[in-house]
Design a protein around this ligand. Structure first.
Ligand SMILES: C[S@@+](CC[C@H](N)C(=O)[O-])C[C@H]1O[C@@H](n2cnc3c(N)ncnc32)[C@H](O)[C@@H]1O
Length: 331
């Protein structure tokens, strides 16, 4: 039996607080710094392994698809992707052209597809530069958000849509722009290489709405977008909750960009404390939050099946959908 449940704000606060308390009491400062050091060392080793593989690899695609957990930031949670959901089919747009692809999703017996550009060669600069998690793989959460959006397309009619941290494809924003009858769609990520890729993807498709693609770091939202305050009816954000250093800036950006009666669709696996900390921050900023574990039949049924597998870790792999709003009641 599947269920769609909404967690009350008070429950969430209690939940967040108990998680925080238990994490604080379980480690002394000394243990913590030793643990942090070993995590940092492990991450540094992972970066070098990734670099070595990139240099050895002959295929650009293989270089691109090297798993994201190799360069997860220095946090207790390893950002691990799980490909088993198989929610997006990828094909080359043309034979002999490995840089332009078609990404296809099937939702309720209907096919939705977008052309995307993919050109990524790893350089040392890439690996030590700004957050690269959106450049190295296409995350399951983004695919899950695409499914949810395509199944509920009419809600985007005439709307302003903003994608934050959309990575190298911003696929959900692209799909909504193509199929969703929106008025305007703004695709963003803080990483310059991701955005170059997104810009090239935009010109591979035809859209009826206004389109914009920008490098946008959450820390710079107000300064960079003075005319977009409370402009957006929908904000999309997939798998961006595990960055401890920029979680507060992400919440501030959502508060800043979201219109009075708008909804931010934020999706990510729980990943230890990261989702609770995000929700806690949202509530402290006056946002209301609904938590949806069941939002798509196909994804839920796959999740139920995967629970029997040792390779699957619900906490790390199952994308949970959050709906955030300024108002208490949202659609
Ligand atoms: C795990 S990736 C997810 C990418 C994409 N949404 C997906 O699911 O495939 C996280 C994304 O957040 C972006 N990001 C991280 N910190 C950021 C910040 N402070 N400002 C803007 N974007 C940021 C990264 O560049 C990256 O593309």
């Amino acid at each position: 039996m599947t269920e769609n449940y909404v967690v009350d704000d008070n429950d969430l606060i209690k939940n967040c607080e108990s998680i925080l308390k238990s994490s604080l009491s379980s480690s002394s400062n000394t243990n913590k710094s030793v643990k942090d050091l070993s995590i940092r060392k492990q991450n540094a080793r992972n970066r070098w392994k990734l670099l070595a593989r990139a240099i050895q690899s002959e295929s650009k695609h293989e270089q691109m698809m090297i798993k994201a957990h190799s360069i997860a930031p220095s946090i207790n949670v390893i950002a691990q992707n799980f490909d088993g959901f198989d929610l997006v089919k990828i094909e080359q747009l043309r034979k002999d052209d490995r840089n332009n692809l078609i990404m296809k999703i099937d939702v309720a017996c209907k096919r939705y597809e977008c052309n995307v550009h993919l050109e990524k060669l790893w350089t040392v600069k890439d690996l030590i530069g700004f957050n690269n998690t959106g450049n190295i793989t296409f995350w399951t959460s983004e695919a899950a958000l695409c499914h949810y959006a395509m199944e509920n397309l009419s809600m985007f009619d005439n709307s302003w849509v903003l994608e934050l941290g959309g990575g190298m494809f911003c696929l959900c924003g692209l799909m909504i722009a193509k199929y969703g009858n929106s008025f305007a769609v703004h695709l963003t990520d803080g990483n310059q290489s991701s955005l170059q890729n997104v810009k090239k993807s935009v010109i591979l498709n035809e859209f009826d709405c206004f389109m914009k693609a920008s490098v946008l770091r959450w820390e710079d939202s107000v300064k960079q977008c003075p005319l977009e305050r409370q402009k957006y009816n929908f904000i999309l954000c997939a798998d961006c909750l595990f960055f401890d250093d920029s979680r507060a800036a992400l919440v501030d950006s959502i508060c800043y960009f979201l219109s009075e009666n708008g909804i931010a669709l934020v999706i990510a696996p729980k990943r230890g404390k990261s989702m609770s900390l995000f929700i806690k921050k949202c509530i402290s900023k006056g946002l209301h939050c609904q938590v949806h574990t069941y939002y798509n039949k196909e994804i839920w049924e796959k999740h139920q099946k995967f629970l029997k597998s040792n390779l699957y870790n619900e906490d790390m792999h199952y994308p949970i959908l959050l709906k955030l709003s300024h108002l208490k009641t949202v659609k």
